[in-house]
Design a protein around this ligand. Structure first.
Ligand code: NZQ
Ligand code: ZN
Length: 385
């Protein structure tokens, strides 16, 4: 196993009817900014509960954080925090609202243009405002990690930053808040969490026995509950398990001490920024083709994945790998998430511009061996046509 440090300071408050806990989780004298997305949190009553729990505190609100949150929108929140001398952020929403709040938290006291936070991948962040979250969409794991992905509309860049200063202080995970999610968002959440696990697991063996078994258990749980979350949308146990699995998928635990491969995400980000395809759907397009193109490097883990996650034991090694990749794509398709570029109206002509974007964003040596260069990315995209 590789050397590692693991530190996760986020307190999780899990279960139904836990939003009133905000009354003691948020400091009594805090000057609070609630950040949220479009209309969903207002419509389903989550915001009303949050406002009630915050009681007499000074509370302002900033709505309109879009899916794939933008620098342009978030800078208005930064200005509001500075102008009104607010000192505590509360994100109410999915990954986009939480990621956006992390950016605002880091940007408020940042001494230069906050876009530098993204260009330096978070290295220049020396402090951030404290914040908590109320999660309404199980998918990204942002509620218990220190990562954030921000889009700059003007330059068509979707970049990530990480900083130990932007762990949420706490996250409230109330599975009943997910009941109003449309099926498409539930399917997206299952696929996003699945790919997060794969990208920390399906590399090469380093003897991380617990990490491997944890990852395989989480994948098998998603295979079991993903279809149930769509078929029986008001099953509380299924929603609770989905929410906790998505959090565990990317809170740093299963990725500690093992190699990681974030190439699917990096290529996927370019598909979102260029063509507006939802985050999880970009992953469903890229991952099966990437596993196929990288099958030599990932051979031992692909065979382990085939045997332990999909119980594929017959056929020669190449056949078992093929079947594992096919089963993965079929799983996404069974949730209603299409896996080919053509399904999203994209053909071969789309590939060159995507490669140019990867190059512009420095994504020319990605994957666990940094050997996914532009020609390999081309093969991956061609394999996804
Ligand atoms: O804007 P509103 O009206 O709230 O509607 C949202 C949005 O349209 C809706 N929604 C959320 N909760 C709801 C609800 N609708 C009904 N009922 C509810 N309870 O869902 C839509 C999508 O929301 P969004 O937050 O964009 O989705 P998600 O959680 O999938 O977040 C995606 C973003 O997270 C980034 C992605 O790149 C993307 O920008 N990621 C962040 C990561 C991290 N910080 O670690 C890792 C991920 O890989 C990912 O890259
Ligand atoms: Zn993701």
């Amino acid at each position: 196993m590789q050397n590692f440090e693991f530190h996760n300071p986020t307190k999780i408050v899990f279960g139904s009817a836990t939003i009133p806990r905000l009354a003691d989780l948020v400091p009594g004298d805090a000057r609070v900014l609630i950040l949220c997305g479009g209309a969903s949190a207002e419509k389903n009553g989550t915001l009303a509960e949050v406002r009630t729990a915050l009681g007499e505190r000074l509370v302002q609100e900033f709505g309109g954080i879009e899916p794939n949150p933008t620098y342009e929108t978030l800078m208005h929140a930064v200005e509001q925090v500075r102008r009104e001398k607010l000192d505590f952020l509360l994100a109410v929403g999915g990954g986009s609202v939480i990621d956006g709040s992390k950016f605002v938290a880091a940007a408020v006291n940042f001494p230069a243009d906050p876009w530098e936070i993204l260009l330096s991948h978070g290295q220049q962040v020396a402090s951030a405002l404290p914040f908590g979250t109320v999660l309404t969409l199980p998918a990204t794991g942002s509620e218990m990690n220190s990562g954030s992905v921000i889009t700059r509309r003007a330059t068509q860049a979707k970049l990530a930053f990480m900083s130990p200063h932007v762990f949420p202080q706490f996250s409230i995970l109330d599975p009943t808040r997910t009941y109003t999610l449309p099926p498409q968002q539930i399917a997206n959440g299952v696929v996003d969490a699945y790919v997060h696990i794969i990208e920390q697991y399906l590399t090469y063996p380093v003897g991380g026995m617990a990490q491997d078994r944890f990852a395989e258990g989480l994948l098998q749980t998603l295979i079991e509950i993903g279809p149930q979350a769509l078929a029986t949308p008001d099953d509380a146990d299924v929603r609770a398990n989905l929410m906790w699995v998505a959090t565990l998928a990317l809170n740093g635990l299963i990725g500690s001490g093992v190699p990681q491969d974030w190439a699917t995400h990096m290529i996927g980000h370019e598909l979102t920024v260029a063509h507006g395809i939802e985050h999880a759907r970009t992953l469903a397009i890229v991952l099966p083709s990437l596993l196929n193109v990288q099958r030599a490097d990932k051979r031992a883990k692909l065979l382990q994945y085939a045997a332990r996650v999909w119980q594929i034991t017959s056929g020669d090694e190449e056949q078992r790998i093929d079947e594992a990749i096919n089963r993965t794509a079929q799983f996404f398709e069974s949730l209603g998430v299409k896996t080919r570029l053509a399904d999203y109206g994209l053909a071969r002509a789309a590939i060159d511009p995507l490669l140019a974007q990867l190059e512009a964003h420095g994504m020319t040596a990605i994957g666990e061996h940094q050997n996914i260069d532009l020609p390999v990315s081309r093969k991956i995209l061609e394999g996804a046509l």
